[in-house]
Design a protein. Structure first.
Length: 215
């Protein structure tokens, strides 16, 4: 009897160990990995941001931000395998300068309230592209109504450099739906607008007003 119970416990532990990766919290149909930000991150839908998480008291004022280069894109979600070479090339091109784009946007929005750097800082700003599509120009032009829309989905997190603890971050998809707009152009406009929103309203206010995410 004891042997049977012991064997049962062993099997239970083994099953749980194998299932752990599958039980990891995800949102946005698997494209948002909560653990990449923080195991205790709770996301909300904020103004013009699909998923926003901010730890209590976190703001950027008075901080030195280190904007780190983004790694090679790694597509997530159920449609990751459907993305073609053009989609991957677009993601690689955007990733190569993304840290500079965000650094410029935040420096402009915050002015002398923060300092930005590519070499050192007490707050690390890290990001990655988790999905991208060039869309279809023909479908945009002839079908309309959002058909053939291109899009790019990103993760951005703010990390305490000393402790390695995640302090906040966001996950967002920018969609380019018209025949005269591009995925890159609309995305860069969104970065500028989002940085301005953080600077004017603050992380805490945006998060407090956010709605609970329904995935």
């Amino acid at each position: 009897m004891r042997l049977r119970i012991s064997l049962t416990c062993v099997w239970c532990i083994a099953i749980l160990a194998l299932a752990a990766p599958l039980l990891a919290a995800t949102l946005d149909k698997g494209k948002l990995e909560v653990s990449w930000f923080s195991d205790d991150a709770i996301f909300r839908e904020a103004d013009e941001i699909d998923y926003l998480w901010v730890s209590e008291g976190f703001e950027l004022d008075g901080k030195l931000l280190l904007f780190k280069p983004w790694p090679a894109p790694e597509f997530l979600g159920p449609k990751a395998s459907e993305r073609d070479e053009k989609d991957h090339q677009l993601a690689k091109m955007m990733s190569s300068t993304m840290h500079e784009v965000f650094a410029s946007a935040f420096a402009k929005a915050y002015g002398d309230r923060i300092k930005t750097s590519f070499e050192s800082g007490n707050i690390l700003v890290e990001g990655r592209i988790v999905d991208s599509s060039t869309g279809s120009t023909a479908a945009k032009m002839w079908v309309g109504f959002g058909a053939g829309a291109g899009n790019t989905t990103i993760d951005v997190r703010f990390v305490d450099a000393a402790s390695g603890k995640g302090l906040g971050g966001f996950h967002h998809r920018v969609v380019s739906g018209t025949n005269w707009s591009t995925t890159e152009g609309k995305f860069f406009n969104w970065v500028d607008e989002t940085a301005e929103s953080f600077a004017k309203k603050g992380f805490q206010k945006l998060y407090a007003k956010g709605k609970k995410v329904k995935d």
